[in-house]
Design a protein around this ligand. Sequence first.
Ligand SMILES: [Zn+2]
Length: 371
Amino acid sequence: MIVDALPLSRAAVDRAAEHRPDGLAHALAEPSTRVLLVDDGSVLTDEAFDLLLLSPDEARALVADPVASHVDERAEHTVSPDGRVAGGLSSDAAAVPTASPEGTDTDGLWLLLGRDADGTAYAARRVLGRRPAPATGSASDVLVHAAAGAPDSADPPPTPLPPGARWSSLRVVGATLSARDAGLATSAVALDAWHARHPRCPRCGAATVATQAGWVRACTVDGSEHYPRTDPAVIMAVVDDADRLLLGHATAWAAHRWSTLAGFVEAGESLESAVRREVREETGVVVDTVEYRGSQPWPFPASLMVGFRAHARSTDVAVDGVELESARWFTRAELRDAVAAGDVIPPGPSSIARALVEDWYGGRLPAGPEV
Ligand SMILES: [Zn+2]
C-alpha cells in the first residue's frame, strides 16, 4: 500500500475532535501550544523550510491580533449580520460578522488542529490579506493586516517576519516536512481555504461565523451548520496487458510535463465509474478492473485524490484535444530514458501521481537532467 509514502497523507497528531467546543480557548491559554501561520496555500517556515511553530503569544505579537473583526479579502463578498451583502472587498469592519450565540470570530482566525501524545496542542493562525503573495516566500516578506486595500491610519503597521522566516507553498514543502508537520500544515491549509470561500450560508445567503475551533461555520440567521468541503477526485495509473503505463500531457501544462490521468467525481457517481469514465473521455481507452492504491488530501483548495491502478482492455489512444493534448503508453525502459533525457518531466515528489507512477515502475524514477 502506498498511502504512507505520500507526504501530505501522513498524520501524527490526534485531531481531538471531541475537545473542539471549548478546546481552542484552553489551547490558546497554554504557553506550550504550538501555532503555525497559514495563508492561501502557504505556511510560515524557517530557512531550512521546516514549519515555524510559535507560542500563542508569539503568534499574536506577529500578527498583532487586535481588532474585533477582520475582513477576509479573499471572500467575494462580506455580509452584514442581518444578511445584507456588501459587494466586493469591503474595508468596512462593521460589515463583517463578529459573533454569534455559538461562536466568535476567534474560531475563524485560530484553528485547533489537535494534540499529540504528550498533550501538546497544535493550532493554526490564519493570516488574512497578506500582500504581496510570493509563491515560495522571501525573508523580506511582511505581514500586512486585514483591510489593507486602502491606507488607513488605524491599521497597525506591517510586522516584519522573524529572521529567516519565509512563506512556503505547501505544494513545494509538503514533500520534505516531517510526518507531523505535513499533517498539521495540510489541515491548516484546507481549513483556511474553506473559510476563505464560505463566508455565506448556502441555504439563505446570510453571514456565517466559525465555531467549533474553526471546524464548523454556523449561519447567523437560520442557525444551520456547515462543514469543510472535500471534493473527491480520482487519479489512476492505467496499465495494459504488456505492462505499459498510460500517461497524458494536458493542454494547459508546460512542455514535457506528463502525468497520470485524473478527474473529479461527478454527483451520484462511484469512484470506479469515475475512473472508467475519465479514462475513456480523455483517451478513448476502455478500462475494466480498478484497484484502490491509496489517497492523498490535496487542499488546493479542497480535493481528496483517490488513487487507483486500472487495467486497460483496449490500447488505442484518441485524445480529446481539449483537456489532453496527447497521451501515450510507456514501457519502464522508455519512461526511464525519457525522464533521464528530460523529454518527460514526471509529477512532483509530493504528489500521489508520482507515487502511482513509481508504484508501477517498481522504484524511484531517475533524476532528470540538470537545468
Ligand atoms: Zn442561513
